[in-house]
Design a protein around this ligand. Structure first.
Ligand code: MN
Length: 244
């Protein structure tokens, strides 16, 4: 029975070596036994461009993660990656290095025979208007072309500033604004004709059952790895959250 594993919001970063160690251990143990592994965004704390990976002075951490994912894909585990709001600049070079297949946000995948809507989760936070406005800018071709044309040092500095600013903005925002909007969840499930949705981003791991048009639907929210971390396991027997 092929098992599908889902993770998101690992936020791999140099300043959190314990998270990296836990994630690498997870790939070697649970990951290696799975049929597929879906990484639903924010694998990395930030990503300034694939050229950072290949550069001589590039971050060895990102190469280490890519190599560990590559081992899984070579062993026959289907590895999928979806962009998050922090690593949306991950491109073809990282995918080639890791063997991960880039999937769109959102994607409907057949998981254990059930059409399942997969999303990072930020597009469902529609009450956060400032964030949605920034997202439209950052996902535009113009912004990305301009940003990627800057030297690596300038990009690293710009991202450092963005991270500081975003910390300040997040701490000033009411918590409910940064959660998904239930209207957006309903609309997404309706639009894609699914009863099961899996997403991350909000760092509010949970299993929600809800009624939509007279049908019971499930929404699974993945844990972040700032704490001990965890994942969602889906097989023919159902879905369950596993927290470390
Ligand atoms: Mn996120």
């Amino acid at each position: 029975m092929a098992t599908a594993l889902f993770v998101s919001d690992v936020h791999v970063a140099g300043e959190r070596p314990a998270t990296t160690a836990r994630f690498l251990e997870f790939l070697k143990s649970e990951g290696a036994r799975a049929g597929s592994l879906y990484i639903l965004g924010d694998l990395f704390e930030y990503w300034i461009g694939d050229d950072d990976l290949g550069a001589l002075d590039g971050d060895p951490l990102t190469r280490q993660i890519a190599a560990a994912l590559r081992e899984l894909s070579v062993a026959g585990v289907a590895v999928y990656f979806m962009h998050g709001n922090r690593d949306f600049l991950i491109g073809a070079a990282f995918c080639a290095a890791s063997g991960a297949r880039l999937i769109e946000d959102p994607t409907v995948a057949q998981v254990a025979g059930i059409p399942t809507l997969l999303a990072h989760g930020d597009t469902l936070c529609t009450d956060d208007h400032d964030y949605q406005a920034w997202r439209r800018v950052a996902r535009s071709e113009d912004w990305q072309r301009e940003f990627l044309a800057k030297p690596l040092d300038a990009r690293r500095a710009a991202v450092g500033q963005m991270r500081e600013r975003s910390k300040a903005v997040i701490s000033a925002k009411p918590a409910e604004i940064m959660d998904v909007s239930l209207a957006a969840v309903n609309a997404a499930c309706r639009a894609h004709g699914v009863r099961r949705l899996i997403h991350g981003h909000t760092h509010r791991p949970a299993h929600h059952d809800f009624e939509l048009d007279g049908v019971t639907c499930e929404r699974w929210v993945l844990p972040d790895w700032y704490g001990p971390g965890g994942y969602l396991l889906v097989d023919e027997g159902g879905a369950r959250l596993v927290n470390f």
